[in-house]
Design a binder for this molecule. Sequence first.
Ligand code: ZN
Length: 359
Amino acid sequence: MPVFFEFLLIACLIYLWESALWLPKQGIALRRGWFGKKWRVIPAGRLLATRELGLVPMLPIPPDLRLLPCPGFPLVSHDSGKIFIETTAGGFLETSANCWYDFRLETHHLSVDYLSVRCQSPRLTELLREGKNLGLDPHKAIRRAWNLALSPARAKREMKRWSIVSRPLRFYGPILACGFFAAIPTAYLTLGPMAALWLAAWLWCLMIATAIHLLWLGKNVFPSARSEFRQDAFLSVLIPFHAMRALELASVHVFAQTHPAGVLVTVGEINHPWLRGFARRLLHPRPSNLGDLALSETALPSLKLILDKRSFALKQFDHAPDRSNDLEAVAYCPRCHGMFLSGTETCSDCGGLALRGFQ
Ligand SMILES: [Zn+2]
């Protein structure tokens, strides 16, 4: 294989590596495709995962404009004041924390007591820091963080702000991709090496412009993730493929304080299957599972409020599943919508939750 094509193959592999978001395993991303109208939920790590992080692939050709990595908030609090932390498997573990001395708000981790969870961005821990600075105790600060994360008005503001401040990156990425994968090889094969070098130099100026824009975003728009934006800017100057995906890579910080439920309500997807499933988890916590109960107590009032404002009753999510493919089923689990034949009274997948009969 000629050296030129070997180089192109390696370039494609590096580009694919850069076309991946690594999110905390418990996180998800929402995406609307180029031509689709529906929002899809992509769990982190369905294709590839490490101990803490899961991969979310981007669409191969930039820009992947409607990719929103929204993690949710990894702490919940029980009405008794007990605090629970999310695990990589998605459940919640009890901590013995009761004051701010038990919390460590690090750049990539949030540690409570002796337990720790990976954070998508420093902006996530900023929500807690704000609560602490307002003089709230951890219990109230967690409830405040959930209120803010679930707010559709806030999600709408974040989406609008990102659409305005990221505008140049929407053009730089596709131009860089076309330049490196199409224009440079064409110039090399038809006009010779010097033409390809001049074109590469011009594209490098575009990479520098991408880096300058990232530095500006970190300094002026998302100051709590400033060092992350600085790191992305540095890599964008050196690695063309990083600059091509700068828009999507930066979105990890942009939507770190936004819950998927807030986004789905904002974009008018109140009846989205993921949102219905999330609401059922809140309405039907697993018996004897204090973590589930704490999640329900923390998030349910805010979710109810935002749905009430849109004249949508939370009870509409609490319906029976469609049993047209399983006519022999006589009961269903109100949480996971598993269907059962007669003789079963509880759902073993949901910790022994009592079943409901079909009407
Ligand atoms: Zn179940």
